[in-house]
Design a protein around this ligand. Structure first.
Ligand code: C5P
Length: 217
């Protein structure tokens, strides 16, 4: 059976979350940021002195209580929306998300949330692993330089505390790790619709995905 899910996968900084949020809004569906769940576990792990053995313990993971509530990402009762965007979390997320027990826990959590209502999920492995039977699978791409520039402007451009070059290097490093890992690597599903966005505005990308989604209902 086809699941009432739209999967949006792709590399860092390609605009997945902005696009997924807008499409969800237009369709009246729920938006689920799966990257935020990996970031939340990464934050908790850094706060637990980065003990690698914790990432192999299903009970430690379950007790973190990763959840979404009214658009907030929670660790138990604590809202961590801001903390999970810190550079240290970003830099460590690829290591944490390559661990088998972490993926098992979060994949199941994402499925549980999305089975309750129509959802748009963005991430790296939604179309390949989490919901291979999704109604629509989109794989967004853009050249490294284009993505780095978008990300750099987003964090303030000339006012940012990172140079464009530093942003580019960090982004390439994260993509390399996410694409080369054994478990659920970043790659398009066989039946994904690959949308190259180098010369498309965000509005154009949103429109195209929304049109395609409506055609499939
Ligand atoms: O999407 P975002 O950049 O917030 O994701 C942070 C990290 O979480 C990614 O670099 C990746 O390592 C991991 N991730 C993942 N699978 C997903 C979503 C994110 O492995 N579905």
């Amino acid at each position: 059976p086809i699941t009432q899910v739209i999967a949006i996968d792709g590399p860092s900084g390609v605009g997945k979350s902005t696009v997924a949020k807008a499409v969800a809004n237009h369709l009246g569906w729920t938006y689920l940021d799966t990257g935020a769940t990996y970031r939340a576990v990464t934050l908790a792990w850094l706060e637990a002195d980065s003990d690698p053995s914790l990432l192999e313990q299903p009970t430690w993971l379950q007790n973190l209580g990763v959840d979404f509530q009214a658009g907030d990402i929670l660790l138990g009762t604590r809202r961590v929306n801001k903390a999970i965007r810190e550079p240290e979390v970003t830099a460590n997320a690829s290591f944490v998300s390559a661990q088998a027990a972490v993926r098992t826990y979060l994949t199941e959590l994402q499925r549980q949330i999305a089975r309750k209502r129509p959802c748009i999920l963005d991430g790296r492995d939604i179309g390949t692993v989490v919901f291979p039977d999704a109604l629509l699978k989109v794989f967004l791409t853009a050249d490294d330089a284009v993505r780095a520039k978008r990300r750099w402007y987003q964090i303030g451009g000339d006012q940012a505390n990172q140079t464009l070059d530093e942003v580019l290097t960090a982004l390439q490093e994260r993509d390399r790790k996410d694409s080369s890992r054994t478990l659920a690597p970043l790659k398009p599903a066989k039946d994904a619709w690959t949308l190259e966005t180098n010369t498309l505005s965000q509005e154009e990308v949103i429109d195209r995905i929304e049109c395609e989604a409506r055609r499939r209902f």
